[in-house]
Write a protein that binds this ligand. Sequence first.
Ligand SMILES: NC(=O)c1ccc[n+]([C@@H]2O[C@H](COP(=O)([O-])OP(=O)(O)OC[C@H]3O[C@@H](n4cnc5c(N)ncnc54)[C@H](O)[C@@H]3O)[C@@H](O)[C@H]2O)c1
Length: 370
Amino acid sequence: MDNRNNNTNFISSNSNYSKLQYLNKIHLKSKNSVFKKINIDDIYKSYKNKNVLVTGGAGFIGSNLVIKLCEIGANVLVVDSLIEDYGGNLFNLEPVKDKIKLNIADVRTYPTMLYLVKNQDYIFNLAGQVSHIDSMIDPWTDLEINCRSQLTILEACKKNNKDVKIVYAGTRQQYGKPNYLPVDEDHIVHPTDVNGINKMAGEWYHILYNNVYGIRACSLRLVNTYGPRQLLKHNRQGFIGWFIRLILEDKRIQLFGGGSQLRDFNYVDDVVDAFLVAGADESANGKFYNLGGKEPISLKNLVELMIEITGKGSFEEINFPEDRKKIDIGDFYSDYSKIKNELGWEPKVSIKEGLQKTFKYYEKYMSYYF
Ligand SMILES: NC(=O)c1ccc[n+]([C@@H]2O[C@H](COP(=O)([O-])OP(=O)(O)OC[C@H]3O[C@@H](n4cnc5c(N)ncnc54)[C@H](O)[C@@H]3O)[C@@H](O)[C@H]2O)c1
């Protein structure tokens, strides 16, 4: 009997946060449960003096990765277009502004990428149009950035740097609305929006170039990521940044459909580690891996936790707006046992600790993000 969905009933009818710990213990598959042991400091050391290009490096996840790479001694080149209303923010790079090379350029431009990929040991490929809503309003731009430019980057590597290792930022959105939970990599991909389709194609170009041309590449399918340096200016880049902003402003959050949807979240430091682990491990080449959170949690519980941490904000439950409902995926949480077994990555930061760090950052630097 397939009882994978049973976990959902357990959690959605339950608002007791401590019981989520129980779900955490059972939401990974037990099969293949030989977990690879790694020493993250050895992985960090492998980047010392290496040339690393981070596309989208002024954005949320990219900038946190850039800061870590500088800390561990890599020579970092950031490429970011800083398109208005996207997540690029020069303040994100403030702590390392004297250590990096920054090229304000667009990954859509082949001659530029042809030049920039030269002599890089690694490319962490995070540049992207990340708004699902925008991808439905303007599908062509999403196609250009999330799909066509991936070919541009890979073709540039094929011509000028076949020895590079690339780690691509895929997304759980590629799976669409889950057929079962937790979602593992065997789950069919059937995206519910243009962004998910283009990200899926972008990922598969990487796998293809690995398999056909030997350009070492792999993909991480990220779940909702949160933490310092995330865009908070508008609500089109996903709900978590927007919830954080509303809490900071002591405003009321509207929970579509009552907020019973389950999601898993990664604190950005864990995601940064996943990129570094996947980049350093040759056995990742040609593969894709789910990331995933320690604790699946309902959106209502998430907001309650934010309110508890900050003492600010409130929420109300409302019906789903039509444009959001059509592309909503309902409950989602991922099974990350493949990356845990094969590469030794697992999330370390609990949602409570991650949110505490996040609010601390924004309380200090709020003016750079509003
Ligand atoms: N944040 C998440 O929860 C999440 C979840 C799944 C996947 N991802 C993926 O991770 C990657 C990074 O996401 P993020 O949350 O840091 O978003 P972000 O918007 O903060 O960062 C993306 C960066 O890419 C840059 N960019 C966009 N188009 C570009 C172009 N044409 N040329 C050069 N730079 C360009 C933007 O300026 C921005 O700095 C994206 O590829 C996204 O699809 C993120």
